[in-house]
Ligand binder design. Structure first.
Ligand code: NAD
Ligand code: TYD
Length: 351
């Protein structure tokens, strides 16, 4: 199937823009339609390098708008959907949980339903749902999340993503909708909105602002280079088995404080600061409510069944990421000048 028409939702966001770029460049025969509502997290600047490609087009729209979505599916006759659009930040989900129910749960159900109605003939169709390892809950000191781990979401964000995953599975079982799901660990890389740990710390180090570490900084996350996630999505999209879940991760666990220290060390070197200078900015602040202790992914199934493995070591990836932020300060300034200031104030100033 070299001439598929593929709907990518959330393609103007962090991970979505990397997925769009990869598919547009790698598969000139595909027609890629990027549907995005351009919320605070969506940014067409992320796609400037490919926006003129003849196999790419952008549509502004909201996945929760049922009439609009049904019309779009009827008009475009998509062969496949790669669904990334979401509200994605845990701290925002604590402030405004219903926004997460709306986009992540209802938006996903609206898309599933449009695909169900549009695909009378289900051959060569696919609904690929992109999800998170946070649906599995929080680990103790040991153990890894596998595809068999029971769902145990604990934040409004992860509860909304878990719910969306269940709807995808329900459409597979009830309507034979051809689906596949992947659950990935924390991503990092270029074009990452500076509300998440790594880009926020990089931005604050550049600007000599306090580095707000939640609690004791001993929570553990498993980090993956965003372009490796995009490569995994490409592999699963083309070779994944219908109805299956694939966990994506790089076996790369880090305590938050260790990442912040590493960023400080790398950035002292890059900014020509004396060793230890940036680390003086570290400030321990009130912990996140319900803060999950540890996430860690077992990606053996994806590796053994589909042959995917991560390409980049963490320190190299972080170094490239820092370089990208240092060279793209206009990108950062554009997105941090307006509503971000209010968000930052609400989130951190009274902490
Ligand atoms: P992001 O917040 O950077 O981007 C989300 C995109 O969705 C934005 O472009 C936004 O404009 C768009 N969007 C939001 N609401 C919309 C709506 N109602 N209609 C249409 N578009 C809408 O998120 P991200 O980090 O790129 O995450 C993408 C997906 O990957 C999400 O589903 C997320 O749950 C999942 N995921 C993220 C991570 C991570 O570390 N960031 C890890 C695993 C899985
Ligand atoms: P985040 O990037 O928000 O991803 P998630 O909560 O989805 O894993 O946070 C990663 C970790 O960093 C998490 O344990 C919370 C912590 N954190 C801080 O300590 N300070 C911050 O300012 C932020 C945004 C996160």
């Amino acid at each position: 199937m070299s001439n598929r028409k593929i709907l990518i939702t959330g393609g103007a966001g962090f991970i979505g823009s990397h997925v769009v770029r990869l598919l547009v460049n790698k598969y000139p025969g595909y027609q890629i339609v990027n549907l995005d509502a351009l919320t605070y997290a969506g940014n067409l600047e992320n796609l400037r390098d490919i926006e003129a490609s003849i196999n790419y087009c952008f549509v502004k729209g909201d996945i929760t708008d049922e009439v609009f979505i049904n019309e779009l599916f009827a008009k475009e006759q998509f062969d496949a959907v790669i669904h990334l659009a979401a509200e994605s930040h845990v701290d925002r989900s604590i402030m405004d949980p219903l926004a997460f129910v709306k986009t992540n749960v209802i938006g996903t159900a609206v898309l599933l339903n449009a695909a169900r109605k549009s695909w009378q003939d289900k051959s060569n169709k696919l609904f690929y749902h992109v999800s998170t390892d946070e649906v599995y809950g929080s680990l103790g000191e040991t153990g890894l999340f596998t595809e068999e781990t029971s769902y145990d979401p604990r934040s409004p964000y992860s509860a909304s993503k878990a719910s969306s995953d269940h709807f995808v599975k329900a459409y597979f079982h009830t309507y034979d909708l051809p689906v596949v799901i992947s659950n990935c660990s924390n991503n990092y890389g270029s074009h990452h909105f500076p509300e998440k740990l790594i880009p926020l710390m990089i931005n604050n180090i550049i600007n000599n602002k306090p580095l707000p570490v939640y609690g004791k900084g001993d929570n553990v996350r498993d980090w993956l280079w965003v372009e490796d996630h995009a490569r995994a999505i490409d592999v699963i999209f083309h070779k994944g088995r219908l109805g299956e879940t694939y966990n994506i991760g790089g076996f790369n666990e880090w305590k938050n404080i260790d990442i912040v220290m590493l960023l400080c060390r790398l950035m002292d070197q890059k900014l020509g600061r004396p060793e230890g200078e940036s680390a003086k900015l570290i400030t321990y602040v009130k912990d996140r409510a319900g803060h999950d202790k540890r996430y860690a992914i077992d990606a053996t199934k994806l590796n053994q069944e589909l042959g995917w493995e991560p390409s980049l070591q963490f320190e190299e990836g972080l170094s490239k990421t820092i370089d990208w932020y240092l060279s793209n300060q206009d990108w950062v300034k554009n997105i941090t000048s307006g509503a971000y200031q209010q968000y930052y104030h609400n989130q951190y100033n009274a902490r």
